[in-house]
Design a protein around this ligand. Structure first.
Ligand SMILES: [Zn+2]
Length: 76
């Protein structure tokens, strides 16, 4: 089972981790409520977990466009 990280803005695959080495991520995900979970997580048919987060490039864009920040809630 694998956890894949996709940028939720440009859809780039940031990387993937074997499930076992992603304890920190899983711990954070447990703190999400049901609604947030649906927003940030997708469980694939093969059991893989896709986490929608933000890539470095979009983070940069975000930092140079602070106005945009007010429109979207970001997860990091
Ligand atoms: Zn991105």
């Amino acid at each position: 089972m694998t956890i894949r990280y996709h940028c939720r803005h440009c859809k780039t695959e940031i990387g993937s981790l074997p499930f076992e080495s992603a304890r920190e991520t899983l711990r954070l995900l447990e703190e999400l409520d049901r609604k947030e979970e649906e927003r940030f997580l997708t469980v694939g048919k093969d059991g893989d977990l896709t986490v929608r987060c933000i890539c470095e490039e979009c983070e940069h864009t975000l930092q140079s466009n602070p106005d945009y920040y007010t429109f979207t809630k970001w997860i990091q």
